[in-house]
Design a protein around this ligand. Structure first.
Ligand code: HEC
Length: 181
């Protein structure tokens, strides 16, 4: 091998080396390894802290039976104005967009004779489910969350005290009001 041959080989090797470096750098640049949004150790630490904080901030919602002890049916009547565009409530009144709600609490789901309920609600009625205050509290919080497929186009009442008040009012509008006091 002559000197110039060695030179060529070395040159070729160097060229290849530089090329490899360039490719490596470029691909590193293009396919920059994605950094996790939160480094692993922080997830554990931050997660705990965040979880703890979330728990502390979460307003403690007492069970509906508990809230009904102090719920005000008269206040609930006012809140019912949000429901009244779709629901009549007095005994014997006809349906609007939604069924009449006289005596709904404790009664079967899909309780109004002749009302065209969604399949989802009708099925629950057929299954023998009743409107307990617990179920009603969940339904009024998030109708479509609690009864997927319901025809009740209402976003829900997020305020737990408002829900208790409206449920106390619904309970009073019945032949057989239940006692929660
Ligand atoms: C936009 C109209 C609308 C509003 C507003 C509305 N509802 Fe309804 N509601 C309906 C419809 C429609 C149904 C029937 C649901 C189905 O068939 O899935 C229904 C069903 C119900 C039922 C079940 C009745 C049964 O016989 O099983 C209850 C209880 C109820 N609504 C309570 C309320 C309360 C309380 C409010 C107010 C906080 C309210 N709704 C607001 C339309 C409405």
């Amino acid at each position: 091998m002559s000197f110039s041959d060695v030179n060529k080989v070395v040159g070729a090797l160097c060229g290849a080396g530089i090329w490899a470096m360039v490719v490596g750098m470029t691909s590193n640049f293009i396919f920059a390894p994605e950094m996790p949004a939160k480094p692993g150790f922080k997830v554990a630490v931050g997660g705990e802290a965040a979880g703890g904080a979330a728990k502390a901030e979460e307003p403690k919602v007492a069970p509906i039976a508990e809230r009904l002890k102090t719920a005000d049916a008269a206040a609930g009547k006012k809140i019912f104005s949000k429901c009244a565009s779709c629901h009549s409530i007095d005994k014997g009144q006809g349906a609007k967009v939604g069924p009449n709600l006289w005596g709904v609490i404790g009664g079967p789901k899909a309780h109004m004779e002749g009302f065209k309920y969604s399949g989802a609600m009708a099925d629950r009625g057929k299954a023998g489910e009743k409107w307990t205050v617990e179920d009603l509290d969940k339904f009024v919080t998030n109708p479509k969350g609690f009864v997927p497929g319901t025809a009740m186009g209402f976003a829900g009442l997020s305020d737990a005290a408002d829900r208790a008040a409206v449920i106390a009012y619904l309970n009073s509008m019945s032949d057989t009001p239940e006692s929660f006091k």
